[in-house]
Design a protein around this ligand. Structure first.
Ligand code: SF4
Ligand code: SF4
Length: 503
């Protein structure tokens, strides 16, 4: 035991030696040396990318807010009705019976994300993710409005006062409540939401509790958790090492141009570029630290490609402003790839298989989903043999098979479905087969499924060698044939000989 204890202590000592307090921030950019959280208040950097990102953010916020109010084919543009398991996308409703289509589209969506990441890196994170859009273009600007710019001391005025901070949180709550309502409208529809909003919470405690919880989560995320969502909660960033290759678009620091970094010496003009090749020549990075202080995840991009970098381009704008002042070329930090920016050895081949494989797979999956959607009828039928006697012969000579007939609606309206049967390959009119059930016809709601117990009857002489091949047919209330299945009825072995009527 002593030996084990000693090894354990040695292991503890080693692990303490590996992660020293002063190294904490290099392990996680938001970690102080004492283990507490380092709160980030990134300094906004104006520039061409911030202007473009702000425009994209406004458009995305407008789209997110408007979609629940838009109707296509008299349906909401997007409605994810989890309770009824019906998902409407731009006029087309997917029902529980469309599991295959949904699975195909879901895999296609993942592969599309893989493809976009391989090509454009984390463009989603920096430009379109709701976490980035709302944090950087809604919540942080409000914070700066009430607390003042990061690093600036506010003396005496309203900005930064307890009243201003209180007002900031009131504004946060209002925005969070609005976002929660918009978010829930995607799941219940604006009509139901409008009705609930007009009523007392006591009349609909469940939805009210959901609304309050979502508001609280939004407040927690944008008011407290913030960049931690990207750093420790979101799985997407952790897949970067496999999703990116050396030619993928990234935001990066040009190591060859920037290093060796350093502030200019005494009497040295900062605005004059050093002649290349001089012994004392410095790189273009003047180590001003602005690219770090503007970073919303608190990292130093000069350390290379990091999982924490969401490719938000803030450091590009910050560094471009410095380069402009120094009269040096822009783009010390820029969009590029690892080979170009970080002196990482390039890929031997220009051909990047993933850029071909992903789109081809997506095309195949989307085509398969479209084919299934285009070829499926309004309903499906599945006939299954019931347990017990194979067949029953009635007094009038009719042979009955007990069967379980599963009906699945594929339309988003209620219909009455009638099940009938005919000899396989023959016309329905004048069929001498019967389908008897207390539940035939049956009223089936939109997208619902139901199994009825039925007796499928046929005359004894219709059987050949104890078998009769039949078609089980399903008609809707408009008389349209919406589904059919071939089925084998069992009967007496000595039913009849092969004839023209019973080939
Ligand atoms: S902003 Fe540019 S010049 Fe300043 S430290 Fe960053 S890379 Fe160097
Ligand atoms: S390193 Fe630059 S691009 Fe990456 S998150 Fe920080 S500011 Fe954004």
């Amino acid at each position: 035991m002593d030996k084990i204890d000693a090894e354990f202590d040695a292991g503890q000592a080693r692990s303490k030696a590996v992660i020293r307090p002063e190294e904490a921030s290099s392990i996680l950019s938001t970690l102080n040396s004492d283990g507490s959280r380092r709160w980030l208040r990134p300094r906004p950097s104006s520039g061409r990318f911030l202007t473009r990102r702000r425009a994209v953010a406004v458009i995305l916020i407008a789209i997110f807010t408007a979609i629940p109010h838009i109707r296509i084919n008299d349906k909401p543009a997007i409605l994810l009705d989890l309770v009824a398991r019906r998902f409407t996308f731009f006029g087309k409703t997917l029902l529980p019976s469309d599991t295959l289509v949904m699975a195909l589209l879901m895999v296609a969506l993942f592969l599309t994300v893989f493809f976009i990441t391989a090509l454009l890196g984390r463009v989603w994170c920096g430009w379109a993710c709701p976490e980035t859009v709302y944090l950087e273009f809604v919540f942080r600007p409000i914070e700066r409005l009430f607390r003042g710019a990061p690093g600036r001391v506010n003396k005496g005025g309203f900005v930064g006062s307890p009243a201003a901070i209180g007002l900031q949180y009131v504004t946060y709550v209002l925005i969070a409540a609005f976002l929660a309502h918009t978010f829930l409208a995607y799941f219940v529809g604006v009509d139901a939401l409008a009705e609930w909003v007009r009523q007392s919470p006591c009349e609909h405690p469940g939805p009210f509790a959901v609304m309050a919880a979502v508001t609280g989560l939004i407040l927690f995320d944008f008011g407290f958790f913030r960049e931690q969502t990207c750093l420790v909660a979101c799985p997407y960033g952790r897949f970067q090492s496999v999703l990116l290759d050396r030619k993928s678009l990234i935001v990066g620091y040009d190591v060859r141009r920037g290093e060796p970094r350093g502030k200019p010496g005494k009497g040295e003009s900062i605005s004059l570029p050093q002649a290349a090749g001089e012994a004392s020549a410095r790189g273009d990075c003047v180590d001003c630290g602005l690219c770090v202080s503007t970073c919303p995840t608190g990292i130093d991009i000069r350390k290379g490609l990091q999982m924490e970098c969401i490719h938000c381009t803030q450091c590009i704008d910050a560094c471009d402003a410095v380069m402009t002042k120094l009269k040096r070329p822009l783009g010390l930090i820029r969009y590029g790839n690892q080979t170009d920016l970080m002196a990482v050895e390039g890929m031997k081949s220009k051909f990047r298989p993933r850029l071909l494989v992903y789109p081809v797979l997506v095309l195949i999956l989307v085509s398969a989903a479209a084919t299934v959607l285009a070829t499926q009828g309004d309903a499906t039928v599945l006939v299954m043999r019931s347990r017990g006697a194979t067949y029953v012969e009635r007094e009038d000579g009719t042979i009955s098979n007990q069967a379980r007939i599963k009906l699945v609606s594929r339309v988003d309206r209620e219909h009455t479905y009638t099940v009938s049967a005919r000899r396989h390959g023959q016309a329905s009119a004048g069929s001498d087969l019967s389908v008897v059930s207390e539940e035939n016809p049956y009223v089936l709601g939109a997208g619902q499924a139901h199994t009825i117990n039925a007796l499928i009857g046929a005359p004894r002489e219709a059987f050949f060698s104890g078998k009769l091949d039949v078609d089980v047919l399903v008609h809707d209330d408009a008389g349209r044939l919406v589904a059919q299945q071939r089925y084998m009825l069992m009967g007496p072995a000595g039913g009849t000989r092969r004839s023209k009527e019973n080939p």
